[in-house]
Design a protein around this ligand. Sequence first.
Ligand code: IVH
Length: 671
Amino acid sequence: MDKNLARKEIDRLREAIAQHDVRYYVLAQPEISDTEYDRLYKQLLSLEKQFPDLTTPDSPTQRVGGQRVGGFESARHRTPMLSLDNTYNENEVLEWDDRLRKAAGTTEFDYVVEPKIDGVSVSLIYENGAFVRGVTRGDGDTGDDITHNLRTLRSIPLRLRLPFPKWLDVRGEIYMDKKDFAKLNATLTKHGEESFANSRNASAGSLRQKDPAVTASRPLRFLAHSIGTVEGGGWKTHWEFLKACRQLGIPTPPMVVHGDTVMDCMRQCRRLERDRDELPYEIDGAVIKVNVLSIREKVGMTQKSPRWAVAYKFEAQQATTQVLDIITSVGRTGTVTPVAKLKPVGVGGVTVSNATLHNFDEIKRLDVKIGDWVLIQRAGDVIPQVLHVITSRRIGKEKAFPVPAMCPECGALIAKEKEVEVAYRCTNPGCPAQLTRGVVHFAGRSAMDIEGLGEVAVVQLVEKKFVKDMADIYTLSKKEALQMELFADKKADNLMAAIEKSKTRPLSRFLFGLGVRHVGEKAAYVLAQKYLTIDALAEASQADLQAIHEIGPVMAEAIVSYFKLPTTQTLLRKFKRAGLTMKEDAAKRRGLQPFQGKTVVFTGEMEKYSRPEAERMVREYGGNAAGSVSAKTDFVVAGKEPGSKAAKAQKLGVKILSEKQFLKLLPENGN
Ligand code: IVH
């Protein structure tokens, strides 16, 4: 392609990507699938690679600069970042309004009510439409410059859309959607890393990363809620400011309403409180603000909060109760997690009797002891947590819970792997608890998919010492299987058949099942596609592995050390002797991607494959398997007794395939 043409194409792609970002984050009306978006992005990337001098810092490909920073530089706010006064009931809101009207000397103004997002506030600076700096609130006057990390958020435009003000400091909240937060924690736990206590901590922690690539991998989002300094805005009201933000490409909170009187605002506060669980992100209150900017100026501020706005805090989903005991459980990677056993207590309609304590640092931080009265919080679907100890209720008989020296399950020493880690792990690779969780994972649906090898069965097999490592599954005899509770002839036969069938599972699933630290389902797939056999992978050097786009240094190191372990070598030898193939199908690599870029939804029962199997195949052949039908669905596969999804597909005009038609698309069936 000639350079002029490339320049045009690059401009077109950047504009398209920016527009899709706005559609996704500002309008919440995505037009294309993630795969299509990725395709545009890859096209742009490859053109910029071909013509490096056409790459500019505001290109969407330059979000992750790649630089690691030593520490964060301080940056002073041109206008201080204030906080809000809190109110907890209608009376306090009315009192605030009285003071406000007095200061304003008029009642001729209106209000805006917004959800109060439970995140981390930041200030974004745009000079001549370009994002130049992003700063944390800090002490209100000076914060940390976290520009490199904020640049990685797709919801923060690198360039504003026209017409933009000459200088803009827009403030807002960095947060995570509840769903994304839960997923992030699950992934961290799965990889043996520490999870976050709540989404606010997760956002703060993700922003304070030295490596922007880590921030980029976290599901952070931004919503604007206030103006810092602006030159050339010309807005008279907050409402106009919010509207302008959306035109500039900056997302603003949904559910913002206008109020003529303070009672209108109260009504909206109650509505938000009632519907808080339905919002995709955590909110801890509502914010009532004066709409007219000139009135804001007139009333000014008190020591550190404006007179023109107030937070109405929702009733917390909290309760006090007593810690009856602290117990520990051992995970698949040996992490020992403390859990508080509580005197059962109702919180927001649910009885809570356990709260996670996350790790032993958290016990120390909270200074929680057995017998203590504590304040606990339940938010959405996350596991309840202990917020703090009510020390005034101590009677002196509370018992401290020291970090156990030994694994509660096997008695081996427990230790931190590295000093900087918070997690203590059992150091015994033969720990029955670790082995049990590891085998359950290995046999799980996303790994070897051995039906009948769930937690209950595996606990018994480990207890009876029939299974001393993962490979022992394959030497299990029917006689041994019959010794398990509730295992009669047929069930034992089925288990033996399921075990046999799993021997030919592809390398990607086998690898995921092994549970190598940091290697999740996607990484396992990438590795399997690259190396095709377990032996080739076992020989890969750290440099080889790191050369793969999706594999970072931490994972590469974990893989190399895993394959170096003598226990791993023994394990692999046993798997081989048992007849496991541990191979990936090279056909897929040669570009057989019948589902490339397609989103498929399954409904009803199929004969040949289980739902997860069919979904996995779609993914392996380049597509995306979704759970629900939308206009973005390419086709719905309807098995026996299809559900409402088929009806919805029909309504939306989405193509419906029978199981037979679907099978025909699969390369293994001759396509
Ligand atoms: S207005 C002058 N609006 O709550 C204060 N703040 O304690 C400007 N927050 O630091 C803030 N949602 O980080 C405003 N819709 C919203 C908000 C919001 C969350 C945070 C903000 C602020 C804290 C106030």
